[in-house]
Design a protein around this ligand. Sequence first.
Ligand SMILES: Cc1cc2nc3c(=O)[nH]c(=O)nc-3n(C[C@H](O)[C@H](O)[C@H](O)COP(=O)(O)O)c2cc1C
Length: 139
Amino acid sequence: MSGHTRFEKLLEPGYIGSVKTRNRIIKTGAGMLMWHKDDVHMREEVKAFYERMARGGVGLLIVESPTIDYPLGARWRQRYRIDDDKYIEGLGKLVEVVHKHGCPTLISEVKEYVEITGKGLTIINKEGERQVIEADIPS
Ligand SMILES: Cc1cc2nc3c(=O)[nH]c(=O)nc-3n(C[C@H](O)[C@H](O)[C@H](O)COP(=O)(O)O)c2cc1C
């Protein structure tokens, strides 16, 4: 027997730029939607959920997409918000519990409601309202 398995690479370390992962198992940015729009402090159940994944051995943990502009960009109100510095402390606590288990973590960016044209960006909220930010974007 060669000792090689079909999924051998899966358990080998990987790199994304300078970020090293202990294996190639990734939790995607799929939303758990466990927040409330008024949350400022990190929820215990959110920390527990992500910490268990990190402790379980995931190589890279992508935290779901945040609301970057409230209320215009809030497609779902159960996403965490990053439209003010007051959310930084809670996010720091989330990062701490994930890092504790040797797992890097990234935030997934919301992009599905942004149209990019040569004239700029159009942000579309869930009611279909459009906000145009003019910019000269080379094609
Ligand atoms: C319910 C649900 C919520 C998701 N939320 C996000 C999200 O917040 N951010 C993101 O980048 N991707 C999100 N995704 C996309 C996933 O991260 C993933 O890219 C997608 O499901 C494709 O992977 P799959 O083929 O393994 O399902 C979501 C997917 C699902 C099913």
